[in-house]
Design a protein around this ligand. Structure first.
Ligand code: 13P
Length: 256
């Protein structure tokens, strides 16, 4: 793996303060794997609390608005995420694309806003089962990469600085227990890399491409060892230290 592996837990709409103990346990373990970059994206309500509670891992948001401030009831901006202690944000997750009708252009605007605020970004892409069955998976994902990755002033520098990641999450693999076949993941990650190099030139090699979709202790080692897989974006198995730590361990060698 050319980059330091990046293992990110996406807590989605899960997590109250009672779960702080899990985050602390994950953080203690993260400190034992300095060769792995570990991060959690809790709901907005826990970002500040987690920031205070952990030392070794990154803390991020799961969305941000494209504007810095203003009359957008219920939304949270990138500078607000920074203010509460986040260092990155997940954008364009398929659940947001579906639940909130987010399209590529909006995701791109959010990514540009997040980079301007100084956040790292993880832009999610992935095809539906219908699209895969129709043989369109690579074309759909390539289109999402072209349309959703940051394109504003400073995007190239942020990419070169390693602040931009892509998560390939086939929609049909999310929360279903169905994992994409390793050879399909390898093919897709190569297609994504090709688009990144086309978009950013050689700096495109600095973008980590994570796999997401039913990653767990049993399949993490094989997925993480696959060509072009720079880490994992983990949903359900990131909610407890017991489930998440074997995935971190699979990514690194640790000190012990
Ligand atoms: P699961 O790991 O629960 O399938 O979720 C994946 C995901 O959507 C992470 O963003």
């Amino acid at each position: 793996m050319p980059h330091r592996p990046y293992i990110v837990g996406n807590w989605k709409m899960n997590g109250v303060r009672a779960m702080l103990a899990e985050a602390r346990a994950i953080d203690r373990a993260a400190a034992r794997y300095p060769d792995v970059q570990v991060a959690l994206a809790p709901p907005f309500t826990l970002i500040g609390t987690l920031r205070e509670a952990v030392t070794a891992m990154g803390i991020g948001g799961q969305d941000c608005h494209a504007q810095a401030k203003g009359a957008h009831t219920g939304d949270v901006s990138a500078p607000m995420l920074v203010d509460t202690g986040a260092d990155f944000v997940i954008l364009g997750h398929s659940e947001r694309r579906k639940d909130h009708a987010e399209g590529d252009a909006l995701v791109q605007a959010k990514a540009d806003a997040a980079l301007s605020a100084g956040l790292g970004v993880i832009v999610c892409v992935g095809e539906t089962l219908d699209e895969r069955d129709a043989g369109k998976a690579v074309a759909v994902v390539a289109g999402q990469v072209d349309g959703s990755l940051p394109a504003g002033e400073g995007a190239g520098d942020a990419v070169a600085a390693g602040k931009v990641s892509v998560a390939y999450e086939p929609v049909w693999a999310i929360g279903t227990g169905r994992v994409a076949a390793v050879e399909d993941v390898v093919t897709m990650h190569a297609a994504i890399r090709e688009r990144l190099l086309a978009l950013y030139g050689e700096a495109g090699a600095k973008v980590r491409i994570l796999y997401g979709g039913s990653v767990n202790a049993g399949n993490a080692a094989e997925l993480l060892a696959a060509e072009g897989v720079g880490g994992a974006l983990v949903g359900g198995a990131s909610l407890t230290a017991e489930a998440f730590l074997p995935i971190v361990a699979a990514a690194g060698t640790g000190e012990a």
